[in-house]
Design a protein around this ligand. Sequence first.
Ligand code: FAD
Length: 462
Amino acid sequence: MLSNRALASVTFYPYWLDTAGAPKPEAPLIGKTETDLLIVGGGFTGLWAAIIAKEANPERDVLLIEAETIASGASGRPGAIVSTSVMHGLHNAIRIFPRDLAQLEVLGQNNIAGFLRTIAQHQIDCDAEWNGELTVAVGRENLPTLREEYELHRTHGHEVQLLDAQATRAEVNSPLFEGALWARKNSGTLHPAKLAWGLKRAALSLGVRIHEHSPLKRLEDEGNAVTVTSRDGEIRARQVLLATNAFAAGHDRIKKRVAMVRDRILMTEPLTPEQMDRIGWRNRQGIYDTRTQLNYMRLTRDNRILFGGRLGYFYGSPRDPELDRTPAPYGRLADAFFRTFPQLDDIRFTHAWSGPIALTTRMAVHFQTYHGGKMIYAGGYSGFGVSASRFGAEIGLAKLAGSERPELNLEFARTMPNVIPPEPFRYLGACLTMHALDTADSKGGWRKLWLKIVGSLGFPLS
Ligand SMILES: Cc1cc2nc3c(=O)[nH]c(=O)nc-3n(C[C@H](O)[C@H](O)[C@H](O)COP(=O)(O)OP(=O)(O)OC[C@H]3O[C@@H](n4cnc5c(N)ncnc54)[C@H](O)[C@@H]3O)c2cc1C
């Protein structure tokens, strides 16, 4: 009832893209052209790749084509809680590449330093707030996990603080929060569309050619070049970087290892000062909780609450599923919001949307090389790519160039995530998994067992 009322006048469109200041789209590519480097996809990965490539060699011609408009994919739709890790957090990095942890930590630090440098250099105002992130325990049974995370972060030199229930609620007042881990450095929140628009401006100023509404339709290897046909044009490219993430466009085989799942988000109206007093949150951290079907939340500059985390899967991976433009999929997310902040029972949601997550068993970026090394796919961030996409772009370019940088010898750059079963098994498995994720914490039983089976494929769900 409460949720229905709060959702009554919601707009089914990403709040971030519904912000003043969107640049005019660049004209579609019409006719034939040639380029040294073609980048396909105008999200964070594509934009970072364009900037890094041009900065490294201003003489090189760089062309970026985007199917719709800049940041219309995942990059205009995330929670945009930003972290240093390039491997979806310390825990995941240890799970997948325990031997390379020290190097991956350094690469993460270097990546965020590069990220901050570019934002400063090009004066990109993206509402960034570096207040750290809180991992909150929902339910006392999750406290041991939190302590383990704390020890892990301390061992690896992170600046973290463990908070008990009282200290956690003094930070953010939710009856659900039983404790928290506060990682204080180099993490925070930002406005992702403003970041993408700023990166677009930076790329254009460096001389990158950008064409929007120019989807790649076909691609042909011609030996010493690749010819790409877009909707109205044709490009002869010496090298191609596919930054198509969950859309997996550019080669049929990409999808073998990348599944598009949707994640949903609600945005509230701006809180009044009195409503803010009810929840505290003076330090404005980004927040993840520890539930199996996790929720994440953050404030915007004008004190709205973004509340996200309800996965869905659509057969055939449509670009903008109709169902997600209706209230039905958001009811349970709204219920979770009101369980988290019952004192905000007078709040309304203004925006609701979903976005494509490029899920892999690695839960972090990987690279697929095609056409004798002339083309590379860099993607698969699994919902953790706002800053890691810069790293994906940088490593993708280095691999394309045949660089001898030592990090290219690390396992993450040489190996690929596991194959995911094809349709219709993928669809059936995803539906069962979504259901199990929803109810595993409350009902247990076969759901936990199923999540273990999915875990044995390589997904860290159990
Ligand atoms: C709901 C949600 C919440 C998230 N929350 C967070 C978070 O809090 N923190 C975090 O770090 N990460 C988060 N992420 C993940 C993050 O948004 C992504 O990892 C990141 O934006 C990926 O950028 P990308 O450029 O690789 O992909 P995208 O932004 O998806 O870009 C791919 C682009 O390729 C284009 N394209 C597709 N097909 C073609 C074609 N045929 N021709 C030309 N172009 C094409 C698409 O239109 C799209 O613009 C979240 C993602 C979602 C969906």
